[in-house]
Design a protein around this ligand. Structure first.
Ligand SMILES: [Zn+2]
Ligand SMILES: [Zn+2]
Length: 122
């Protein structure tokens, strides 16, 4: 039987389970593409390892590598990184690219409900 994993940060069910390792890999590729300075890369990686890797008691495995369990949702993973990008004063165009690449699925639920106010009254 499969239990739904809950995010250790926002406590929401993780509907699209991708582990921190896979998310980090994806993020590393992105940093390479933008030639971020070594100092910034180290800072970001250090932050990710210290703050975004969680032990999980659940058996729900990552849909990409199928070996790691899920600690937090991708939304929390990338929104935390976004805060660090701000702190590091990353150029606007690079940040825009980050938002485009990593936020495509993150806000889908929210924007759906915002665009479609509940009109099933009476
Ligand atoms: Zn979360
Ligand atoms: Zn994975």
């Amino acid at each position: 039987m499969k239990n739904t994993e809950f995010c250790k940060i926002c406590n929401n069910p993780v509907t699209n389970p991708i582990c921190a390792k896979c998310n980090t890999k994806h993020f590393l590729l992105w940093m390479n593409k933008h030639n971020l300075s070594l100092k910034k890369r180290h800072y970001l990686l250090d932050y990710i390892k210290k703050n975004l890797f969680f032990e999980s008691e659940n058996n729900d495995n990552c849909i990409i590598c199928n070996s790691e369990t899920i600690g937090i949702c991708s939304y929390c993973f990338y929104s935390k990184i976004e805060n660090i990008l701000d702190r590091l004063k990353i150029a606007e165009d690079i940040k825009e690219d980050f938002l485009q690449i990593f936020n495509y699925e993150l806000f889908s639920d929210e924007s759906f409900s915002l665009d479609n106010p509940d009109i099933t009254c009476n």
